[in-house]
Design a protein around this ligand. Structure first.
Ligand SMILES: Cc1cc2nc3c(=O)[nH]c(=O)nc-3n(C[C@H](O)[C@H](O)[C@H](O)COP(=O)(O)OP(=O)(O)OC[C@H]3O[C@@H](n4cnc5c(N)ncnc54)[C@H](O)[C@@H]3O)c2cc1C
Length: 168
């Protein structure tokens, strides 16, 4: 994971600042990126790692090539789990402690509406049975966002719309 001014970099006396990292990213992308989104990405990156630390994820900072700044934080193994699996299992354990139930092999296929508001989803369980899950809020996190030029360019607007709806 990318991060700058992280505790791992501080521990190695690595002096790259958020401003320098931001300038590097913008220059590398020929200033075609959205500056405000990049700035937030850089500014929040170390806090993301701190949050993950609190949830049991540990990192190791590395430099992937001699020309690149030392901003890569590799996820350390957790028991038999490596890389992404180590990250996901740490978060899953925490979510389960907070009462989150995971339904594996249960693809959602329809959103349920009442009076114009989303109230749940229909899904198929791992045996092929139809199931209905009622919910106060539904967050669609099914991936593929990066493959849609339309969605990725309207990202912040879309997120604003979603959060406005959830807050209502
Ligand atoms: C080869 C590769 C390397 C990458 N390397 C990096 C990297 O080094 N650094 C980086 O930052 N990013 C990297 N990325 C990008 C990163 O993996 C994605 O941006 C990120 O995983 C997207 O997260 P997401 O939660 O939106 O979607 P996903 O991670 O795709 O998660 C979506 C989940 O929803 C589930 N799902 C889909 N449909 C349904 C349904 N109907 N009902 C229920 N569940 C459903 C899927 O099974 C999946 O588990 C890489 C991507 C690839 C493919």
């Amino acid at each position: 994971m990318f991060a700058v001014e992280s505790d791992y970099q501080r521990a190695k006396s690595y002096a790259l600042t958020k401003d320098q990292a931001y300038e590097h990213i913008m220059e590398y992308s020929h200033f075609k990126n959205d500056g405000a989104i990049e700035r937030e990405f850089v500014d929040e990156s170390a806090d993301n790692l701190r949050w993950l630390n609190k949830h049991g994820v540990d990192f190791e900072v590395v430099q992937i090539s001699p020309k690149e700044p030392e901003t890569w934080h590799l996820i350390k193994n957790r028991e038999q789990f490596v890389h992404g699996a180590a990250l996901v299992t740490a978060l899953q354990e925490h979510a389960q402690k907070d009462g989150v139930q995971f339904l594996m092999r249960t693809p959602a296929n329809t959103l349920l509406y009442e009076n114009g508001k989303v109230t749940g989803v229909k899904a198929k369980d791992h045996k092929g049975n139809d199931i209905v899950i009622h919910a106060k809020a539904v967050i669609i996190g099914t991936g593929g966002f990066g493959n849609s030029p339309k969605k990725s360019t309207s990202g912040p607007i879309l997120m604003e719309k979603i959060s406005n709806r959830l807050c209502r």
